[in-house]
Design a protein around this ligand. Structure first.
Ligand code: DOR
Ligand code: ZN
Length: 363
């Protein structure tokens, strides 16, 4: 705990968020700003996935109509439809990255990839035009090879090394790292490899999701020692590790019942409380002085946001000020129990009903 009771964070940026489509999108998109953020790096795993420049631009337009206060950085979903020509077109249109999901590991990843080599011409083009490759760093479970949710991320890491070796100038982000070995892997790579960390993986371990569907996400939270490694790299202020919330709303019936073949939906919803939540967590493990680097500066530098969005650089969005909530007021600063969309879907956020020890007082 720090003695600071007020902090100011310039231009918070969430470098991994799911904003969905339809009425769910109308509900959750304004929560980006409510949670203190003015920049969102938007995931493409819609139904159908965003695989072309046209689709990404139309999606961006939809999001801007819902909430024009946020700057949206768009991504494409890696799939066989993606060609080097499409990459060059996407770059010209301002699309920033390409997200790869191994087949079947998480929500809407049925169209995900099975092998990376076939995509080498696409990666070559991405390297040439300086687009970012975002990796969901898990391999699919395979009982015959003893691969399961707890070792799916460590088992993926050889792919990260192989891609980095083959394309050393390609910027690669290992998304939502959950293990000590993944943190060490990213550190051992060159400056073109970055890594996002979610707030929920800073808070949870296996005991918190086993039997508690609301805390189930992919990758699953790992062991206390892994969580320790995530916290430490933030305390160290390592500039290649930055916030990507992976805020991923699902209607509560999909979370709380196991009606599908795959069990309950993977995803934890944090957008509306994101900046207070991250500040509370970093404060709890002695990293309050690292909030600005972790939620703003490091990611912006890695993504070259100043080049992508000069308006933001020139003071387009002001600092957000947070204040510590005194213990006697904690009960008044509780996370809402649920959010409900216009068509009646309800989403239960992370820490529902719990007091957060930081609040936004100016943005
Ligand atoms: O928990 C997750 N939820 N992990 C992902 O990779 C996808 C996300 C979603 O879209 O719901
Ligand atoms: Zn995600």
């Amino acid at each position: 705990m720090s003695s600071l009771t007020e902090i100011s964070v310039s231009s918070p940026a969430d470098f991994h968020v799911h904003l969905r489509q339809g009425p769910m999108s109308s509900l959750v998109t304004p929560h980006v700003r409510e949670g203190g953020f003015s920049l969102a790096y938007v995931m493409p795993n819609l139904k159908p996935p965003i695989t072309t420049t046209e689709q990404a631009l139309a999606y961006k337009h939809d999001l801007e109509k819902i909430d024009p206060r946020v700057h949206y950085l768009m991504t494409l979903y890696l799939s066989p439809e993606l060609t080097p020509d499409e990459i060059r077109k996407a770059k010209k249109a301002g699309i920033v990255g390409v997200k790869s999901y191994p087949r079947g590991v998480t929500t809407n990843s049925d169209g995900g990839i099975e092998s990376y080599e076939v995509y080498y011409p696409v990666f070559e083009a991405m390297q040439e035009v300086d687009m970012v490759l975002n990796l969901h760093g898990e391999v699919p479970s395979d009982a015959s090879a003893n691969v399961h949710v707890l070792n799916a991320e460590p088992t993926f890491l050889p792919h990260l090394f192989a891609l980095h070796a083959a394309f050393p100038r390609l910027r690669i982000v290992l998304e939502h790292a959950t293990t000590r070995v993944a943190i060490e892997a990213v550190k051992s790579c060159g400056n073109t490899v970055g890594c996002t960390i979610t707030p929920h993986h800073l808070a949870l371990t296996v005991d918190d999701w086993a039997g508690q569907a609301l805390n189930f996400c992919k990758p699953v939270a790992k062991y206390p020692d892994d969580r320790q490694a995530l916290r430490q790299v933030i305390r160290d202020g390592h500039p290649r590790f930055f916030l990507g919330s992976d805020s991923a709303p699902h209607p509560s019936h999909a979370k709380t019942t196991c009606a599908t073949d795959h069990g309950c939906a993977a995803g934890i919803y944090t957008s509306p409380i994101l900046l207070p939540l991250v500040t509370d967590l970093l404060d709890s493990f002695g990293a309050l002085d690292k909030v600005e680097g972790f939620v703003s500066r490091f990611g912006r530098v890695f993504y070259k946001v100043d080049e992508l969005a000069p308006a933001l650089r020139d003071g387009g969005d002001a600092a957000v000020v947070l204040r510590q909530v005194p213990p006697e007021r904690l009960q008044d600063n509780r996370v809402p129990e649920r959010y409900v969309s216009a068509d009646g879907q309800d989403v239960i956020p992370f820490w529902a009903g719990r007091g957060i020890r930081w609040e936004i007082v100016k943005q």
